[in-house]
Write a protein that binds this ligand. Structure first.
Ligand SMILES: NC(=O)c1ccc[n+]([C@@H]2O[C@H](COP(=O)([O-])OP(=O)(O)OC[C@H]3O[C@@H](n4cnc5c(N)ncnc54)[C@H](O)[C@@H]3O)[C@@H](O)[C@H]2O)c1
Length: 517
């Protein structure tokens, strides 16, 4: 760890380039391994695991150094003769505890940033995705070896809750926990004993808002309503495929997964019809079977039953299943839950508040922007969000009011493809950030440093009348300084200056008199 801490940025970049080269040359194998361990189709693995990881590595190589170099800061009026800066030093050993849903990305995401920041890393992978971690671990060791870095710099461990707990309490310098809200609470509580800082990246239940833009497209006075109608349906054509991917990518097993689709009344039926039309045609089965599929299996034991239970309970309370809504038996013996579209859901239902983490698209109608915001915020989680409107201004107005860590305008989850942006949530989705500039710097100790700006010209010292034992004029002198620098008018500043000069001149003698006694 000590060796890597002193590694140049050039070497850290070389490590990332070595990883990137391997990933690019072995994309298919990496995706296959992720598919076997998580049940997701290859395209979902390429999209959600490999593409974002490559973007992260590319961003770190291009911009990472810039954000970890010492940053000069202003020193303020009174400290004008000082130079101030922040230095970003590695925290030491980062402990990352990750879930099973993206076996490749969940390992490489903390790995790339932690090592680029100069840290060592212990990753506790999920007990449900341990197999693939062995293969990914070998890639990491080979890349470390290739650049002459210590191979034990990264340790991958697996196990149940006890293993995770041992990592939190075992003396790492910072914990990144990615997982469910309930376990996040346990991790935070364990970390409190050792005062270990924790980043919590927890569950989500993203709102996906589709506005109708009716005022524009329906205004009879509008000179070109044909065009606006076309634009409006274009917006829908844009929103529906994105909505479907937001709901069914990786069979809905995404932290930043769209789980609540809020659609404005005038376009509600069209949106629902379009979504149902596609959802009905989705092919489901084993990810690496003989026939191509759109939706794979559920990974975690019991998750499909949990999803089924949530849907059944909602239906019993008045929700309506338009597509799916049932478990699917398959000769492979895998766990499958059919891609589902559900309407007539109300905020009183459990499915509205709890993370489903499955292929269920809940579509709810809203009448105006205020109601959309109210419904979106009526949720314990606040990870991602999306707003669709052909008026970017309107979409941004709604977006600003959403209680979420991330908002994509006219798209879904694109904030994560912009790797300079922080990733994380509010409310029960956690706190602090793991990606972007904030996440990268979060893996460092931001050390404040202050030194003389002109050491060859002036070295600063405590003025004689403030030296112990302090003279009688010390107090008026400090008050004078405060007025001189912070007075709100020129008169106050000058009056402060006069006091300072008077004290300085008058007390010089007194101080030396006292000292000679
Ligand atoms: N916000 C994000 O970035 C993000 C990303 C992916 C998944 N998630 C969330 O993860 C959840 C699904 O993953 P999961 O079921 O694997 O989550 P989980 O919370 O059950 O497990 C996550 C990890 O924590 C470990 N763990 C369990 N108990 C622990 C304890 N007491 N102390 C320390 N570690 C412990 C597990 O072994 C696993 O490695 C969902 O809620 C999803 O939203 C969040």
């Amino acid at each position: 760890m000590q060796i890597w801490k002193g590694a140049t940025f050039q070497k850290r970049k070389l490590f990332l380039k070595t990883l990137l080269k391997y990933i690019l040359q072995n994309q298919e194998e990496i995706c296959r391994v992720a598919s076997i361990d998580s049940g997701k189709p290859l395209v979902d693995a390429a999209f959600g695991e490999v593409m974002v990881t490559c973007e992260k590595i590319a961003w770190l190589i291009k911009e990472g150094e810039k954000h970890l170099r010492p940053e000069h800061r202003s020193s303020g009026a009174m400290m004008f003769y000082k130079a101030a800066r922040v230095e970003y030093h590695p925290v030491g050993v980062v402990g990352a505890i990750v879930p099973w849903n993206y076996p490749f990305h969940n390992v490489f995401n903390p790995l790339t940033a932690a090592l680029f920041a100069g840290n060592g890393l212990v990753i506790k992978v999920s007990e449900h995705a341990s197999w693939s971690s062995q293969y990914y671990g070998r890639i990491i060791s080979a890349a470390l070896q290739a650049v002459g870095a210590p191979v034990d710099l990264v340790q991958i461990v697996t196990g149940y809750a006890e293993a995770g707990n041992a990592l939190v309490t075992g003396g790492v310098d910072k914990v990144i926990f990615v997982g469910s809200t309930g376990v996040g609470r346990a991790v935070l509580s364990a970390a409190a004993h050792t005062l270990t800082p924790v980043v919590l990246e927890l569950g989500g239940k993203d709102a996906f808002i589709v506005c109708d833009d009716a005022d524009l497209s329906q205004a009879s006075s509008y000179p070109c309503s044909l065009l606006t109608n076309h634009l409006c349906s274009l917006q829908l054509r844009l929103a529906v495929p994105t909505a479907l991917r937001g709901a069914f990518q990786s069979c809905g097993q995404n932290c930043a997964g769209a789980e609540r689709f809020l659609v404005q009344a005038p376009v509600f039926d069209r949106f629902v019809d379009a979504a149902v039309g596609v959802a009905r045609r989705l092919r489901q089965g084993p990810a690496l079977g003989d026939v191509p599929v759109d939706c794979g299996a559920m990974c975690m034991p019991g998750l499909a039953d949990k999803v089924a239970h949530l849907v059944e309970e909602a239906v019993a309370d008045g929700a309506k299943v338009l597509v799916g809504g049932h478990l699917v038996a398959h000769e492979s013996g895998g766990q499958f839950y059919a891609p589902t579209v559900l309407v007539n859901v109300t905020p009183a239902m459990r499915i509205w508040r709890e993370e489903v983490f499955g292929p269920v698209m809940v579509i709810v109608r809203f009448s105006d922007d205020d109601e959309a915001v109210r419904l979106a915020n009526d949720c314990p989680f606040g990870l991602g969000s999306a707003v669709f409107s052909r008026s970017q201004r309107r979409a941004n107005d709604i977006g600003r009011r959403l209680q979420a860590g991330m908002t994509s305008i006219n798209d879904f989850a694109t904030t994560y493809m912009c790797q300079s942006l922080p990733f994380g949530g509010v409310k029960e989705s956690g706190f602090d950030r793991f990606a972007g500039i904030e996440g990268l710097r979060g893996l460092c100790v931001p050390k404040a440093v202050c030194e003389d700006r002109f050491p060859w010209l002036m070295r600063t010292d405590i003025p004689p009348l403030l030296q112990y034992p302090v003279g009688d004029a010390a107090f008026p002198f400090v008050c004078g300084l405060i007025s001189m620098f912070y007075g709100l008018s020129l008169r106050d500043n000058l009056s402060g200056l006069c006091t300072v000069i008077a004290c300085f001149l008058g007390v010089g003698k007194k101080a030396s008199h006292k000292k000679s006694k």
